[in-house]
Design a protein around this ligand. Structure first.
Ligand code: 13P
Length: 253
C-alpha cells in the first residue's frame, strides 16, 4: 500500500487564536476542499480550540498539538495532558522536537513515555529525531538516529506503528535556510526505515511515514518528496503564511 504523504505545519510559538482563524480561512480557500496529501496544522495549546472551530467544515486539514505530558493529571504546573488534547479534538501530537530536547531538556526516555501514553490513548504521535551538525560532522549520524529510535520507540507495539509518524529533522537545517540535499535526506530516511524494520518488522516499517523537516519551502518540496523514503514534511517558517504553506501542500501531492 502506498504511503499517503503527510505535510504538517509546526507553528511553534507563533499565532494566537485570531491569527490562526484568519490563516485557516485563507488557507482552506487556497486548498479548495480536496488534497492528495494529509495536511496537519500544529498551533500553540491556547490556539487549538480556535483552530478546531475554524476547521469545523474542513475536509482536508487536521490538528496537532506541539507537545503533551505523559501523565493523565496531577501536580505538573504548566503541563497539558493527552486527555485534555483529546477533549479539544487533536488528531496528532508532535513529541521530541529538537527545540524541546535542547531548550527544555527532554530526553529519549521522556519522549518514549509520551509516545507510550499517546498510543495508549489512541492519539497519533509525530516523533521528531535528528542530529546536530557536530554529531553529523563527527560521523555519529547513524548512531544518534539509532539511539533516538531505539530508546524513543522502546516497547511500543508494532500494530500502532503504522499510525505513528517519524519526523527526521537535522537540527542544523532547522530555521537556518540550509536544507539537507535530497540525496542526504534520502540516505538518512532509508537508514531510519532500516532501523524501524529491525524494531518492528519490515512490513510495518514499510507503512510508517517519515517526514523531512528543516527549511522546507515551496521551491524545494517536490525534489525532497520525490525521494523514495521521504513521505512528507514538517514545516516551520514557511508554514506561517497561507500562500507558501498551501504551495508546499500542492507541490507535495
Ligand atoms: P523551519 O522549517 O523553520 O526550518 O523549521 C523546521 C521545524 O523545526 C519544523 O518542526
Amino acid at each position: 500500500m502506498p504511503r499517503k504523504p503527510i505535510i504538517a505545519a509546526n507553528w511553534k510559538m507563533h499565532k494566537g487564536p485570531a491569527d490562526a482563524a484568519a490563516f485557516i480561512e485563507e488557507f482552506e480557500n487556497l486548498i479548495g476542499g480536496s488534497s492528495s496529501v494529509e495536511i496537519v496544522l500544529s498551533p500553540t495549546f491556547v490556539t487549538l480550540p480556535a483552530a478546531k472551530a475554524a476547521l469545523a467544515n474542513s475536509e482536508t486539514t487536521q490538528l496537532a498539538a506541539q507537545n503533551c505530558h505523559f501523565e493523565d493529571k496531577g501536580a505538573f504546573t504548566g503541563e497539558i495532558s493527552i486527555g485534555m488534547l483529546q477533549e479539544i479534538g487533536v488528531d496528532y501530537v508532535i513529541i521530541g522536537h529538537s527545540e524541546r530536547r535542547t531548550l527544555f531538556g527532554e530526553d529519549d526516555a521522556m519522549i518514549n513515555a509520551k509516545a507510550k501514553a499517546l498510543h495508549a490513548a489512541g492519539v497519533k504521535p509525530i516523533v521528531c529525531i535528528g542530529e546536530t551538525l557536530e554529531e553529523r560532522e563527527s560521523g555519529q549520524l547513524e548512531s544518534v538516529l539509532r539511539r533516538q529510535l531505539e530508546v524513543g520507540l522502546k516497547e511500543l507495539s508494532a500494530d500502532k506503528m503504522p499510525a505513528t509518524v517519524i519526523a527526521y529533522e537535522p537540527v542544523w537545517a532547522i530555521g537556518t535556510g540550509k536544507t539537507a540535499s535530497p540525496a542526504d535526506a534520502q540516505q538518512a530516511h532509508a537508514f531510519v526505515r532500516k532501523v524501524l524494520g529491525e524494531l518492528f518488522g519490515e512490513e510495518v516499517a514499510a507503512q510508517i511515514r517519515i517526514q523531512y523537516g528543516g527549511s522546507v519551502k515551496p521551491a524545494n518540496t517536490a525534489e525532497l518528496m520525490a525521494q523514495p523514503d521521504i513521505d512528507g514534511a514538517l514545516v516551520g517558517g514557511a508554514s506561517l503564511e497561507p500562500g507558501s504553506f498551501s504551495e508546499i501542500c500542492k507541490n507535495a501531492g
